[in-house]
Design a protein around this ligand. Structure first.
Ligand SMILES: Nc1nc2c(ncn2[C@@H]2O[C@H](COP(=O)(O)OP(=O)(O)O)[C@@H](O)[C@H]2O)c(=O)[nH]1
Ligand SMILES: [Mg+2]
Length: 202
């Protein structure tokens, strides 16, 4: 017998990438458990958790992957990590300049393998802290991202909105493909598709 409940479950792959210590694991934990931990436990390789949500009367499994950001040379990160991603969330911390400098490298690494339909969003995390520079953080998104968010995994600010909006965007992209637009507007970035250049930024 066909299980119609199971049949209607949709599954999305969302990958959080970016420099180490920017709060990727904390963002996922805040979203899935509503908890924040001050203690740092480095992600080794990659980590994965599923959050089941209801979205527009459908059950959706969000497969949330976090990648280790402890790479001296991002060109050595296997791009296969990003394979089949519906959305790539690139995270930096507003108090960590280094994490801003490697954004392009992470984005280009993901672009080596994802489809042109993959959603790219940029997240400025740790918004509860003092920022490093007075630079307009939104400018960092340039023309490369579909959306930009400011979050604090510590206070929870912006975290629900981040994952909810990314889910909306994935649903909209898929609906567009089948000609059933939900009306959710996605900014159209003028992404360059080019390979990352090797080089250690440590
Ligand atoms: N103040 C503050 N600290 C944060 C925030 N997000 C993460 N942290 C802290 O930053 C450290 C690194 O967080 P983690 O999620 O492990 O970073 P990851 O390496 O990117 O996965 C931990 O000590 C967290 O408690 C945030 O939004 N605000
Ligand atoms: Mg981590």
């Amino acid at each position: 017998m066909v299980d119609h409940d199971q049949e209607s479950v949709r599954s999305f792959k969302i990958i959080l990438a970016g420099h180490g210590y920017t709060g990727k694991t904390s963002l996922v934990r805040q979203y899935t458990d509503g908890r924040f931990n001050e203690t740092y436990v480095a992600t080794l390789g990659s980590d994965f958790i599923v959050k089941r949500i209801q979205h527009a009367k459908r059950t959706v499994d969000l497969n949330l992957w976090t990648l280790s950001g402890q790479h001296c040379d991002i060109s050595t990160v296997p791009s296969v990590n990003f394979r089949f991603a519906d959305a790539v969330v690139i995270v930096f911390a507003i108090n960590d300049e280094k994490s801003m400098l490697v954004l392009d490298q992470w984005r280009q690494k993901a672009e080596e393998i994802v489809s042109t339909d993959t959603i790219f969003v940029l997240v400025a995390n740790k918004c509860d802290m003092k920022r490093m520079q007075e630079k307009n953080l939104e400018d960092m998104a340039g023309n490369f991202y579909d959306h930009y968010f400011q979050t604090s995994a510590k206070t929870g600010e912006g975290v629900g909105k981040l994952f909810e909006t990314v889910t909306d965007m994935i649903v909209e992209k898929q609906a567009n493909r089948t000609g059933k637009s939900t009306g959710f507007k996605i900014r159209q970035p003028s992404r360059r598709r080019k390979k990352s250049s090797p080089g250690c930024s440590c």
